[in-house]
Design a protein around this ligand. Structure first.
Ligand code: NI
Length: 395
């Protein structure tokens, strides 16, 4: 197998500097113009065939090997979040109200590092590597936009690989999980229509606040009474708005929230129960409920055969790591759209370092990763994963 370590040692300082530069210049979903420019320029320097503007601000770079073989896709996301950074580091965000608080700056730097390493082995590659830098992961739209623009055609990938730096775990812990790994996310809005009136004469009104309150309570029965306890799901009401006066019963109440599930069948069950509870409860109390559901992302479902190929590659490259196979997260990821169409895997690379205070959760204003440790490590893992498919020595 290939030992990437000498090349990694020579290049890692530049990769970390690139991650910090991206961190200083975060860009929101579909606004990743500077980031995409840096990515496209670097891929062109490496002699890749580059396409820009795929899914608005996405970039694709194809590394053509020397002989025939599979097409391996490496996916990285590029966007930041509307959060004001609270870290006092010299590479803190220079854009007020925008921050790389999920690690997508690192993902972009890591994938470029992998591109550099593999480009040096071009003469030995059997097949090709398709690097997909996607926009707008945080709003769950970038992957779908790139797919709509043909990202999975010409050439169609045989396998899709992605990773997420993961602050829930320390550096050195890797989660490579067969099957469902991250939940699908869905939004709901329930509008309860009643009849407004004076707060002192409730019998002449149809109170939507009372009906909506019952609905909030009964929605909690879905996970506890309709879903098998060994699976689980989430129904969270996160918004309840009604009325704006102390003595007026309003005419409507609005509930919003999120549904998470690891299987589409469970999601469908949750949604069916939600519709039934909302409409019949509202009706029982003289009101009428309108339920709107939106599917944001699919669950992330990893292919066991792909993982079986990666596991020995990871273990050989880095026998010092802890490889976990039974980890699941309720958070959502639009890598799921690629994995819905291409067999592949999405793995978590532990990135926290509690001793240095680098263990704030994702999307926190003080989120930061131990980039000096995790960037070179993640490059090594992803390069080894790709090598397991396209570099004959890599197996
Ligand atoms: Ni993320």
């Amino acid at each position: 197998m290939i030992d990437w370590k000498p090349e990694i040692r020579a290049r890692q300082a530049a990769w970390i500097a690139r991650r910090r530069d991206l961190h200083q210049h975060p860009e929101l979903a579909f606004q990743e113009v500077r980031t995409a420019g840096i990515v496209a320029a670097r891929l062109a320097d490496l002699g890749f065939e580059v396409q820009t503007g795929v899914g608005r601000t996405g970039v694709i770079g194809i590394l053509e090997g020397a002989s025939e073989g599979p097409t391996v896709m490496v996916r990285a996301d590029m966007d930041a979040l509307p959060i004001q950074e609270e870290n006092a580091v010299d590479y803190a965000s220079q854009t007020p109200g925008v921050m790389h608080a999920c690690g997508h700056d690192a993902h972009t730097a890591i994938a470029l590092g992998v591109a550099e390493l593999l480009s040096e082995r071009r003469d030995q590659i059997a097949g090709r590597v398709k690097f997909v830098f996607q926009p707008a992961e945080e709003i769950g739209q970038g992957a779908a936009a790139m797919i709509a623009d043909g990202a999975l055609r010409d050439p169609a990938p045989d396998v899709a690989l992605g990773l997420h730096t993961w602050n829930e775990s320390p550096v050195g812990r890797i989660a490579l999980v067969d099957g469902p790994m991250m939940a699908g996310a869905n939004d709901f809005t329930i509008t309860v229509h009643g009849r407004g009136g004076h707060g002192a004469v409730p019998h002449e009104a149809q109170d939507p606040i009372l009906a909506a309150s019952q609905i909030v309570n009964l929605l909690q029965s879905i996970v506890s009474r309709n879903i098998t306890p060994v699976e689980g799901g989430v129904v969270s009401v996160t918004y309840f708005h009604a009325g704006d006066s102390f003595n007026v019963i309003p005419s409507a109440a609005v509930l919003r929230g999120t549904i998470r599930a690891f299987r589409p069948e469970l999601r469908d069950l949750i949604e069916a129960r939600m519709r039934a509870i909302a409409t019949s409860t509202a009706e029982a109390l003289g009101c009428r409920a309108e339920v709107q559901l939106a599917h944001l992302t699919l669950p992330v479902i990893n292919d066991a055969d792909v993982n079986a190929r990666l596991r020995p590659a990871f273990a050989q490259a880095r026998p010092d790591l802890t490889l976990v196979s039974n980890y699941q997260a309720m958070m959502a990821e639009d890598m799921s759209y690629f994995l819905d169409q291409v067999p592949g895997t999405f793995f978590f690379v532990g990135s926290s370092n509690p001793a240095r205070g680098l263990d704030f959760p994702h999307h926190h204003p003080r989120f930061d990763i131990d980039d000096e440790a995790v960037v070179p490590l993640a490059v090594e893992l992803m390069a080894s994963a790709v090598a397991a498919y396209v570099l004959p020595d890599g197996e």
